[in-house]
Write a protein that binds this ligand. Structure first.
Ligand SMILES: [Zn+2]
Length: 478
């Protein structure tokens, strides 16, 4: 009896609940996040994106980190976004359970989870489309399309700026620009929806390294590009320069899922889908079917982030009785995928004289593993304090750091990717380009002369202004 009262008191004082496998509505979604946050206040934080959904529902994210709210030097950032299509609901429930699991295992002292959270800043967004979820749920969750779009009937996974066209044009015209392409965008094919705008801001603000976008309707891990180069609807494999890395990332999910990669399982229906089991449970997006304005390609072409799209099952809205089993089928895959944030190399690009970190330095990689070496034509850039993260599969690479005003610095690197360890650290001290003294004297004289001329001009202008200053109008006294 005493024990029961004590238990009840504890429950009331912490307000904490046991996680339930069920379809959480939009209010319950927040309650789960708040419950997790109250159990793990030191390693979690809830935040909302800059815009609400069309119907005014906030878009929530829970973050796990040893320093919530801050980017830390050399700590890579990861995100899962689920329920972008409102009627594809399994990802939403898996992400809520994942948040609960990370907190629970951290508190219990699970060494692997503690290490993962110490090494990674993790952002979990259970629903990008709460309005669509509501409509799908209110109509029974059985239709293949109802609730897919946002409340303005726009498919959010077609609403991102189309950067694929820009990169394909650059390739054809031999223009060497292959990353951070948003600045080259001149027009939008349709207005950005609030949910899209909010996620674009998130992508621009947080230096993500790896992410995934969780969908349903098939069982496959889909990797970029989603848009075919020729515009063909189906069957055109359109590889990114990081095809090897993306295939590895997709396999890191499919092979840890209960049966995504099993060759003898059945496909979900269409002809391409029946081939997935024999392809290790993965597919190139454009090879399956081509789409424009998707979130996956936008991440890769607008930022340093690598994103893939997971289709978590044939059934878009599975009954709640299946959710616990689905968690068991996906748990290892979800965790293993997060660990991939640590493949390849990371380090700091810094000024060799001042020792200060240099943001926006370019990291270019050449694969020299085999005889025929080749450039990976997708550069990434260093972030706030000069820290950079470059996902790579095992092999030998020539890595070069560039920045205007500095001499480039190249290092030969062997990547091995030991599981559950941070990426190998490779720093780049780069040397400012200095002008030889005799040229500097000449340059200084030139600059000084120039400045004097400017000064004279300024004097003349200020004299002219003084001479021609308008006489103030007399102020009427009232
Ligand atoms: Zn979808």
């Amino acid at each position: 009896m005493v024990f029961c009262v004590l238990f009840l008191l504890t429950l009331l004082s912490t307000g904490s609940l046991q996680f339930q496998f069920k379809h959480h509505n939009n209010e319950e979604l927040l309650e789960v996040l708040q419950d997790v946050n109250s159990k793990c206040p030191n390693i979690s934080r809830i935040y909302t994106l800059s815009e609400n959904s069309v119907l005014g529902i906030p878009l929530y994210v829970i973050e796990f980190s040893t320093k919530p709210g801050h980017h830390e030097v050399l700590k890579p950032e990861f995100k899962y976004i689920a329920n972008m299509h409102g009627n594809e609901v399994l990802g939403r429930e898996l992400i809520l359970k994942l948040a609960d699991y990370l907190c629970e295992q951290y508190t219990k002292g699970d060494p692997k989870i503690r290490y993962l959270i110490q090494l990674t800043r993790i952002h979990l967004m259970p629903s990008m489309n709460p309005d669509g979820w509501q409509l799908a749920t209110d109509t029974g969750g059985t239709d293949f399309l109802i609730g897919r779009t946002n409340n303005n009937s726009i498919d959010l996974n077609r609403n991102f700026p189309n950067l694929d066209r820009i990169v394909f044009t650059n390739e054809d015209e031999h223009i060497d620009h292959n990353n951070h392409l948003l600045e080259q965008l001149t027009q939008l094919s349709e207005p950005l929806q609030p949910e899209t705008k909010a996620v674009i801001r998130l992508i621009m603000q947080v230096p993500f390294v790896l992410s995934a976008n969780l969908h349903g309707g098939d069982l496959v891990a889909n990797y970029p590009y989603d848009d075919s180069k020729s515009g063909r609807q189906r069957g055109e494999y359109t590889a990114t320069p990081d095809d090897e890395t993306f295939r590895h990332l997709a396999l890191s999910y499919s092979t840890r899922h209960a049966d995504m990669a099993k060759p003898n399982r059945h496909g979900c229906g269409d002809i391409e889908s029946s081939a997935f089991p024999k392809q290790g449970g993965i597919t190139n997006g454009a090879k399956w079917y081509s789409l424009q304005g998707g979130m996956q390609d936008f991440n890769y072409l607008s930022s340093n982030d690598f994103e893939i799209t997971m289709e978590l099952g044939c059934d878009k809205y599975p009954p709640s009785s299946e959710l616990e089993n689905e968690w068991k089928r996906n748990k290892d895959a979800l965790l293993n995928y997060m660990w991939q944030t640590h493949i390849g190399i990371k380090g700091v690009v810094y000024d060799s004289q001042t020792k200060r970190g240099i943001p926006n330095a370019v990291i270019h990689v050449k694969n020299v593993t085999n005889e025929e070496s080749y450039d990976i034509n997708h550069d990434i850039t260093s972030v706030h304090d000069g820290d950079y993260y470059r996902l790579l599969t095992p092999g030998k690479y020539k890595v070069t750091a560039y920045r205007d005003g500095y001499l480039p610095h190249t290092k030969l690197v062997t990547v091995t990717n030991k599981p559950h360890t941070p990426a190998q650290r490779i720093d780049f001290p780069i040397k400012p380009i200095t002008i030889p003294p005799y040229i500097r004297i000449q340059t200084d004289n030139y600059i000084n002369n120039k400045l004097e001329d400017e000064f004279d001009n300024n004097q003349q202008w200020s004299n002219w202004a003084e001479e021609n200053e308008p006489v103030p109008e007399p102020i009427a006294v009232q």
